[in-house]
Each structure stands twice: as C-alpha cells, then as structure tokens.
Design a protein around this ligand. Structure first.
Ligand code: BTN
Length: 255
C-alpha cells in the first residue's frame, strides 16, 4: 500500500505491526508536536476492536488505520465516532448505493445489514483538550473464508456485498480528506449538519423494539434519535426517556 498524501497530516505506513492503534499510543508522547498523524498498516497481527474483541486484519484485505489528532473542544468527543462513521458510510454509499449502507450507533457501519467497518475511538484528556486516537477498520477484499466462523453471518466486505470494489489506497485517500473537514467542524462545534447526516443514516434503527445492551443490562425500547451531545435517546419499555453514551445495539441490521 502506498503512503497517503494529505496536506497537514503526517502519514506513516507499516508493512506489518501488532496494531496501528497501539503503535500510535506508544509513540504519542514523541509525536505530540506533529499531530495530526495517520498510521496505516498492510497487516496487523493483533488488531483490536471494542470490548477487547479481535479485529481480524489479514494482509492487504482491509484498511487498517489509526488517526491521532487534537480536539480542543472536549464536548465534541462523543461525536468523533459518529462523525467518522458518517464519513465512512457516505463514501461507501457512492460505491454501493444509498440503500445498502447504514450507520449503527455509535461505532459501526453496516453494508446490507452486516458489519463492514468498525471504529474504535480512544482519547486522553490534557490541559489543552483531548487527544483522540481513532482506529478505523474497513473490510475491503475479504471473501467468506477470510472471516473466522463466528463472524461468518455478521461480517462482510465491500468485495462481498458491493459491486465495484475500490482499492484500499483509494478509500484511504478519500477518507483522510473528508475526515479533516468533518473534524474541523467538530472543533468549531458545528454539529447541526452532522446531526442530520447521522439522522438519515440511522433511520433504520427506528424500529419499535430495539434491543440495546450496556454492560450486563439489556434495554428494550424505541430509538428516538441522537441528542445534541452525541448520546443515543431511547424510550425504554417502561416509558422512560434515557440517553445512553456507550453500549451496543443487539438487533442486527436490516436486509
Ligand atoms: C470495532 O468495531 O470494534 C472497532 C474496530 C477497529 C479496528 C481498527 S483497525 C485499525 C486500528 N488498529 C486496531 O488495532 N484497531 C483499529
């Protein structure tokens, strides 16, 4: 994979590493002055996802990227995974069509109801705001046998679920350009536009009974939308309106 060229972002490409996310964390102190930094890898031997899950990262089949940047407006932090998800989803829509792509609050992008991309947003708070380390994994060229059996029903790749498959480089360049724009807006707390883009991509979640898991607790209810602070508003079965900031929707996507 070629090293991406994005004005203002230092890009580092590794043929192989354990995890681009860990690589960035480990070098963060020495790179503080050169942020934003983007680390990509052709292969990860220890790719990781949310809740200590493994992110399978076979050589050359996916896009594995970690992006480190400063966010002075800490309030915008919950919007980071949503903003990144919107950017990924909108790019995928241009290849696969609007009907096939959904955003699953807060961190996943689905293609025809199966997970095609995941976002791992981590941050450190300091005197000058937050430093975000945002990991992005997109399944691009995998075929069925490239996924472990436990993911066979729930995961997909662009190659499997979308007609034309862009190259990993093409996706990466598009992604970095658009991420820079969206995050400039987060810094200025311009989230109105972003909120309506999230609303469109999460329409499918407006089911009557959505199952939502947070730790050991399961909540059933109706998804009402995204709050101005990035939380998910849900009307629980008990008729209570609650805002959640983490957790996972257990109901699989449409299609
Ligand atoms: C998830 O869906 O749980 C998030 C997956 C994030 C995977 C990416 S791949 C690049 C970066 N390096 C990692 O080890 N993880 C993230």
């Amino acid at each position: 994979m070629m090293k991406p060229q994005i004005a203002g972002t230092r890009c580092i490409h590794l043929a192989t590493c354990s995890s681009t996310q860990d690589y960035l964390h480990n070098h963060l102190d020495e790179w503080l002055k050169i942020l934003p930094v983007c680390v990509t890898a052709t292969h990860q031997s220890g790719g990781r996802g949310r809740e200590n899950r493994i992110w399978h990262s076979p050589p050359g089949l996916g896009l594995y990227l970690s992006w480190g940047f400063r966010l002075r407006q800490e309030k915008s932090l919950p919007w980071v995974p949503l903003a990144v998800g919107v950017v990924i989803a909108e790019i995928l829509e241009t290849y696969c069509g609007k009907k096939s792509v959904q955003l699953k609050w807060p961190n996943d992008v689905l293609l025809k109801g199966r997970k095609v991309a995941g976002i791992l947003s981590e941050s450190r708070l300091g005197p000058q705001g937050a430093i975000c380390i945002c990991g992005i994994g997109i399944n691009v060229n995998q075929v069925e046998t490239d996924f472990p059996p436990d993911l066979a029903q729930s995961a997909t790749s662009l190659r499997l679920s979308c007609g034309p498959t862009p190259s990993v480089e093409e996706l990466l360049n598009l992604l970095l350009k658009r991420l820079t724009d969206v995050l400039n807006n987060l810094e200025k707390q311009k989230i109105r536009g972003l909120r309506s883009r999230v609303r469109r991509l999460t329409k499918w979640m407006r089911l009557d009974s959505l199952v939502f898991q947070q730790g050991n607790d399961q909540h059933k209810g109706r998804f009402l939308g995204i709050a101005p602070d990035g939380g998910m508003i849900m009307l629980t079965g008990k008729g209570e309106k609650r805002v959640f900031y983490s957790g996972e929707i257990k109901m699989s996507g449409p299609g």
